[in-house]
Design a protein around this ligand. Structure first.
Ligand code: CTP
Length: 437
């Protein structure tokens, strides 16, 4: 690196840094500059400056590239800049009870390069490092792979990645949230990669975590199934009021959105539901909905409506968290936040809906969903012959999460307490602080 620094002048080094950091931005600027002619500019100074820059542009570019190419110790990343190869980012995680914080992490990691490889850690490593997960590795791989921002998904990856893994996956950098991760020996998981200068960070998303969701699941199941148990009393000692909240800014909403409206030729599908904690059954159902047409609207029921349908302790996630989750999936094109429960003819006409989709684990029991005396919410689409029900194989409610938590309540309680305390410690120790990208 020293040879590179001595060979290039300051301008060239700055240029090099900007290319590395902002490839897309720089590409746009240079393309616009090349298309600009001096006659398009207003002042004689700017005209002559542009003329000069354009005249010398090719020579300078050639000599800069030649300079870089002659540096023998040029890193693979430098070579990629010269050869314009895509920068590949590896980001990994446990992704247990996948949530909007995980999705926002995948979204941000994608922005750090051109191609994003998402690694889903294997069960045995996680059990050793931080205890059991609610979803096993096969399920976690299936769920994470539904995210629209990942280009490649690799399962059963080690909890402690190293340079060898990055090279095997042909990745230039590894990315992680700006929180510190330790292994079972209290050592930073990314040590080797950090030392090699191949670590990148993005902002960890506030107010949402697997620990917090596990806490809600524990509370709900213990309250219903074992309200007088020691486990419940122990849990209540550690269940602190929520410290921070997932921010539902319009910028974040725009970053998650596909920003696409259906075209005239699209076959529009509408699939309403609560879309609470994401399980395999929900992804299975959304996939089936997408097969029914070319543009899928997911309707996300309000918190109040979900409570009316499922009971007062539901949903686990707020309407905004559920909206962000669904927007992150590749099978959904747009969401309708808080739609009317009973589907009206106006609504179908307004959105040009050809199929109203519904799914569950049993034979269709939609007419039983009589909320506020409104009767079957799908009455009109059924009459129009555009209602489609699909029976899915896997659990579509949150029963599976609840059953698993309750079966091993003591284990999860211990893990919940340990993780709550270590999350606090992480916050204190974390020195890298980023802005959301
Ligand atoms: N992540 C994030 N924001 C969150 C939660 C996770 O940015 N609210 C990021 C982590 O920093 C990591 C990736 O998502 O880069 C995968 O995280 P994971 O290994 O699944 O677990 P945790 O960091 O322990 O997060 P959680 O407790 O929510 O599972």
């Amino acid at each position: 690196m020293e040879a590179l620094i001595s060979k290039l002048n300051e301008d060239q080094l700055h240029l090099l840094l900007s290319i590395g950091e902002n490839q897309d931005i720089l590409k746009n600027v240079s393309e616009t500059l090349i298309k600009t002619t001096p006659s398009m500019l207003s002042t004689p100074e700017s005209k002559s400056k542009l003329e000069q820059v354009l005249n010398t542009y090719n020579n300078k570019k050639e000599s800069l590239l030649a300079d870089i190419k002659t540096i023998e110790e040029g890193s693979p990343i430098l070579n990629k800049i010269v050869e314009k190869k895509p920068i590949r980012i590896y980001m990994d995680g446990v992704f247990d009870i996948i949530h909007s914080g995980h999705f926002n992490a995948i979204r941000q990691a994608k922005k750090l390069g051109d191609v994003l490889v998402v690694g889903i850690n294997k069960d045995e490593d996680i059990i050793r490092a931080k205890g059991p997960t609610i979803m096993n590795d096969k399920e976690r791989i299936f769920l994470a792979s539904a995210c629209k921002w990942g280009d490649e998904f690799v399962g059963y990856t080690p909890y402690t990645p190293n340079i060898k893994l990055l090279d095997e996956l042909n990745c230039d950098y590894c990315a992680h949230g700006d929180d510190i991760v330790f292994d079972e020996n209290g050592k930073s998981v990314y040590d080797e990669i950090i030392k090699a200068g191949r670590m990148k960070y993005f902002k960890r998303t506030e107010g949402v975590s697997t620990t917090e969701i596990t806490g809600k699941l524990l509370y709900n199941t213990l309250q219903q199934e074992a309200p007088n148990s020691d486990t419940f009393n122990e849990y209540k000692k550690y269940n602190k009021p929520v410290q921070s909240k997932f921010l539902e800014t319009s910028r974040r909403m725009a970053l998650f959105s596909n920003n696409r409206a259906p075209s005239k030729s699209d076959k529009v599908v509408y699939f309403p539901g609560d879309f609470d904690l994401l399980g395999i059954g929900t992804i299975e159902a959304l996939k089936k909905a997408k097969e029914e047409g070319s543009f899928v609207y997911a309707g996300i029921y309000s918190d109040e409506l979900v409570a009316k349908i499922k009971g007062k302790n539901y949903p686990y996630l707020t309407i905004n968290e559920r909206t962000f989750n669904i927007l992150a999936l590749k099978y959904v094109d747009e969401v309708i936040v808080n739609p009317l429960y009973k589907i009206s003819q106006d609504f179908l006409d307004l959105l040009n809906i050809s199929v109203v989709f519904n799914a569950g684990n049993t034979d269709d029991d939609s007419e039983k969903l009589n909320v506020d005396g409104l009767g079957d919410p799908f009455e009109i689409p059924k009459k129009n012959g555009i209602y489609k029900y699909a029976k899915v194989e896997h659990d579509i409610s949150n029963k599976l999460f609840e059953e698993r938590i309750f079966k091993q309540k003591e284990t999860y309680l211990k893990k919940f307490i340990k993780k709550s305390l270590s999350d606090e410690k992480c916050k204190e120790l974390s020195t890298v602080k980023m802005n959301e990208i």
